[in-house]
Ligand binder design. Structure first.
Ligand code: TXA
Ligand code: MG
Length: 325
C-alpha cells in the first residue's frame, strides 16, 4: 500500500517534468507541483478549480531550507520552525526571491511547512526543491485523507498518486502569520494554539479575532455536498428527527456524550470522544455521509480547546453559507 522507492523516484520525475503528484502528508493529502515552475503551479489551480489568487503552501524537506525560501525570518518564527518541523505547522513569512508570484497569488509573503510524513519527506529529499501543494480536493470541498479520496475526487487531473495510507492528523496544518509584528493564527489546525503558546511563553492572537484577510479563508470551505447544520449537543437527536420527518435524508454526527438511543436519521456516525481520533476521522465521516446519500448533516461543535478548536473551525466552515461562484 505505502509507496515504494520506485514510486518515489517516479513521482520526483513527474514533478521535474512539470506534472502533478498527489502526496500524503500527516494532515491531509496534497496536490503537488514544482514550486519553481509557474506552468506546473498553474495546473494545480486548474485541477482544483481554485481561483489563481489563492496562495499555496510550499512544502520543504527540512527547516534548514527556510532561508532559501523566505526573507527576514524573525527569531520567533525560526524557533517555531525548529520546534515544530517536521509537523502540521505552516509559517507565513516574507517571500524569498526564488518563490514565483504564481505560488503566492501575488502576495509578498509565502506559506512554508515541512510535513511529517515519511513518504512526503522521501519525495522532498529525492526531488530537492520545494513542492507547492494545496489539499488535493476540488475547491471548497472536503480535504482527502486517503489516496482513494484523491482518486475519487481528482481522477485524471493528477498525473501520479503516492499512497501513504490514511493521514495521521486528519485536519490541515495550523497557519501562523509571522509577518505582522504580532504572531497570529490564521487557521487553527494540527498544532494546537496551546502548544504554540507554551513554546513562545505568551498568548497568540485568537483565531476568531483574525479577520478574513487572504483569499482561501472563505466561510464556506471544507464542505461536503450535504448541507451541514450545527446545533447544541443535546439538540442533535431532536433536530435530526425533525428534519427526517420533513423529508430530508439526515446524516448525524452524534457527539460522544449523547446516547445513541433510537436516533431517527438516515445514517448515524458516533464521533470519537478523543479529539485526536475525531480529527483523524472527520473528513472521512463527512464523505461517508455524502456517499450514503444524506442531503443534510446535523452535528454539534466539540469543546473548543486543543484539537477541538480545529475541528470546530472546519465544522463551522462546512456549515457556512455556500459560495455561488
Ligand atoms: O495541512 C495542510 O496545510 C495541507 C497539506 C497538503 O500541507 N495543505 C493545505 O493547503 O491545507 P490549502 O491550499 O488547502 O490551504 C492553504 C491555506 C489557504 O487557506 C491559504 O489562504 C493559506 O494557506 N495561505 C497560503 N499562503 C498564504 C500567505 N502567503 N498568507 C496567508 N495565507 C496563506
Ligand atoms: Mg484546502
Amino acid at each position: 500500500m505505502t509507496a515504494s522507492a520506485g514510486d518515489i523516484a517516479k513521482a520526483a520525475e513527474v514533478l521535474r517534468s512539470g506534472g502533478l503528484v498527489a502526496l500524503p502528508t500527516e494532515t491531509v493529502y496534497g496536490l503537488g507541483a514544482d514550486a519553481e515552475d509557474p506552468a506546473a503551479v498553474a495546473r494545480i489551480f486548474a485541477a482544483k478549480g481554485r481561483p489563481p489568487t489563492h496562495p499555496l503552501i510550499v512544502h520543504l524537506g527540512s527547516a534548514g531550507q527556510l532561508d532559501d525560501w523566505a526573507a527576514d525570518v524573525s527569531p520567533e518564527a525560526r524557533e517555531l520552525a525548529e520546534r515544530f518541523w517536521p509537523g502540521p505547522l505552516t509559517l507565513v513569512l516574507r517571500r524569498g526571491s526564488r518563490v514565483p508570484s504564481e505560488v503566492t497569488g501575488g502576495l509578498e509573503t509565502v506559506a512554508l511547512r515541512v510535513p511529517d510524513h515519511p513518504v512526503a519527506l522521501q519525495l522532498l529529499a529525492e526531488f530537492g526543491g520545494g513542492i507547492a501543494a494545496p489539499s488535493a480536493n476540488r475547491f471548497g470541498s472536503v480535504s482527502p485523507t486517503t489516496a482513494d479520496h484523491v482518486r475519487t475526487e481528482l481522477g485524471d487531473a493528477v498525473d501520479f498518486v503516492l499512497d501513504g495510507g490514511p493521514c495521521r492528523v486528519g485536519v490541515e496544518s495550523t497557519i501562523v502569520d509571522t509577518t505582522s509584528g504580532t504572531l497570529s493564527v490564521l487557521r487553527p489546525g494540527g498544532v494546537t494554539s496551546e502548544s504554540l503558546e507554551a513554546v513562545l511563553g505568551r498568548p497568540l492572537a485568537a483565531p476568531s479575532a483574525t479577520p478574513v484577510r487572504v483569499p482561501g479563508q472563505h466561510p464556506s470551505h471544507y464542505a461536503p455536498r450535504a448541507r451541514v447544520v450545527l446545533v447544541a449537543p443535546d439538540r442533535v437527536a431532536a433536530e435530526a428527527a425533525l428534519a427526517q420527518d420533513q423529508g430530508h435524508r439526515v446524516g448525524v454526527l452524534l457527539p460522544a456524550s449523547a446516547p445513541d438511543t433510537g436516533i431517527k436519521a438516515h445514517a448515524v456516525v458516533e464521533v470519537p470522544g478523543s479529539m485526536a481520533d475525531y480529527a483523524r476521522g472527520l473528513y472521512g465521516f463527512l464523505r461517508g455521509l455524502d456517499e450514503r446519500g444524506c442531503d443534510l448533516i446535523v452535528a454539534s461543535l466539540p469543546p473548543e480547546a486543543d484539537l477541538g478548536t480545529a475541528i470546530a473551525n472546519r465544522l463551522r466552515r462546512a456549515a457556512g453559507p455556500r459560495q455561488s461562484s
